[in-house]
Design a protein around this ligand. Structure first.
Ligand code: NI
Length: 157
């Protein structure tokens, strides 16, 4: 495992759409292992591959001490609403409120290419939504209810 550098807001690659993972091979496993180490090193709850400069649809989350890898995740349904403050390792210290679904159902593949379906509530739902947004080049600062505050402090997009 190796630490990877986290791409920061303002870098154009963070705004690109990531491509599906096609090969569930050693390169993917290495990427996921490195992402895990990088996330824990930075006290993150989640990390998406584009945040380490790899434009592939792979994310990891750790909510309630449950570590989950999601490859090619698709949120197939969502229900309810929830507002909480979010942060992002690519954004730095700013935290802002974001409205997210309370419950989501996501379909994804594990690192070996086996499909699974997962239901998440509250923080797990939030975290997965946040990470899946990264795969489409979307950052939480685009959606935050505290956008004015972010802009006032010179936040980048
Ligand atoms: Ni993020």
């Amino acid at each position: 495992m190796a630490l990877r550098e986290v791409v920061k807001v303002g870098e154009s690659s963070l705004r690109k759409k990531s491509k599906p993972v096609k090969d569930f091979d050693e390169d993917l496993w290495q990427l996921l292992d490195d992402m895990k180490q990088t996330m824990y090193q930075n006290d993150g709850m989640g990390l998406a591959a584009p945040q380490v400069g790899v434009l592939r649809r792979a994310v990891i989350v750790d909510v309630n001490n449950a570590f989950i890898e999601l490859i090619n995740p698709v949120i197939v349904s969502s229900k309810g609403e929830d507002i909480e403050e979010e942060g992002c390792l690519s954004v730095g210290s700013f935290r802002g409120r974001v409205k997210r679904p309370y419950t989501i159902t996501v379909k994804a593949y594990d690192r070996f290419g086996y499909p699974f379906t997962l239901q998440g509530e509250k923080w797990l739902a939030r975290c997965i939504c946040h990470e899946v947004d990264h795969l489409d080049g979307v950052l939480f600062v685009d959606k935050t209810l505290d956008r004015d505050k972010y802009i006032k402090q010179g936040g980048k997009f």
